[in-house]
Design a protein around this ligand. Structure first.
Ligand code: NAD
Length: 266
């Protein structure tokens, strides 16, 4: 949950924004922050109860939001989500393709089940592709827009503990986003990725609940702690706003210094 109060800022005033995976974690925080900055927000999640909870919370603070149930790996549902944004609010300016999964049985190249590999690719990579593909025609009609895709720091460097499907899917997000950025740069659509470091959200809850596994990861973070959903949402807000108007095809790394470190001081 964000602690941002509504109407503190107008950085997204007049914009319509879709946030996928907005029923919890980073997406929830971003939906709240976008709304608090004046955006009309489509709160999209596979879990409609959670999406509705977030929408209610935004509305209770005076913000504007509408819930949509979506499985981002399903083309028809993603198209419906985008159509709902335009149907509700008349246009589409921003899509934050944030929904992602990190299954416990995603492991090494030899032991990751094929079904796990496929599902991770479906949600983490195809979901980003579909969100982007369905949003582009509406953004062209709007005269431009901002596409923000969530990758991970693991797309930039190898991890000691293998999670091959997740890592490969996030590497795909970076490459895909660059291609889209170049293709649409002169048409007013910007596309950027965010690479979060380890963030304390439900996605990592199980992993971080084990003190030994927690400590093993913490030792690699120069800043000395895990990140918060708010710290990633802040980056998404910048990329969604016109403040980042000369930034496209890029990746915003918000990782507590992990990718900058060779050895972390203790
Ligand atoms: N938490 C981290 O440490 C971390 C680090 C790097 C990248 N990321 C990425 O950030 C994004 C958000 O992660 P989070 O930590 O907030 O996760 P989370 O598990 O806390 O929340 C993810 C949300 O996405 C929804 N979701 C799952 N599958 C979906 C689908 N098929 N369609 C629509 N919604 C779906 C879930 O219901 C949930 O509300 C993910 O792409 C994740 O890979 C997270």
């Amino acid at each position: 949950m964000t602690t941002i109060e509504p109407n503190l800022s107008t950085r997204l005033l007049g914009k319509v924004a879709i946030v996928t995976g907005a029923g919890g974690g980073i997406g929830e925080c971003a939906a709240e922050l976008f709304a608090a900055n004046g955006a009309k927000v489509i709160v999209a999640d596979i879990d409609l109860d959670q999406a509705s909870r977030v929408t209610q919370s935004i509305q209770d603070k005076g913000g504007t939001a509408y819930s949509v149930k979506v499985d981002v790996s399903d083309e028809a549902q993603v198209q419906e989500m985008v159509d709902a944004a335009v149907g509700q609010y008349g246009t589409l300016n921003v899509i934050f393709n944030n929904a992602g999964i990190f299954p416990a049985d995603d492991g090494g190249a030899l032991d990751t089940p094929l079904e796990t590999w496929d599902r991770v690719m479906q949600v983490n990579l195809k979901g980003v592709f579909l969100g982007t593909r369905c949003a582009i025609p509406k953004m062209l009609q709007a005269g431009g827009g901002s596409i923000i895709n969530v990758a991970s720091f693991v797309a930039l460097m190898g991890a000691a503990t293998a999670q091959v499907a997740y890592t490969a899917s996030k590497g795909g997000v970076l490459a895909f986003t660059r291609e889209v950025a170049v293709e649409y740069a002169r048409k007013g659509i910007r596309a950027n990725s965010i690479c979060p470091g380890p963030i304390e959200t439900p996605l990592l809850a199980e992993l971080l609940s084990d003190p030994a596994r927690r400590e093993r990861r913490l030792v690699h973070i120069p800043i000395g702690r895990f990140g918060t959903a708010q710290e990633i949402a802040n980056g998404a807000l910048f990329l969604a706003s016109d403040e980042s108007s000369f930034m496209t095809g890029s990746q915003l790394v918000i990782d507590g210094g992990i990718t900058g470190a060779y050895v972390t001081p203790q």
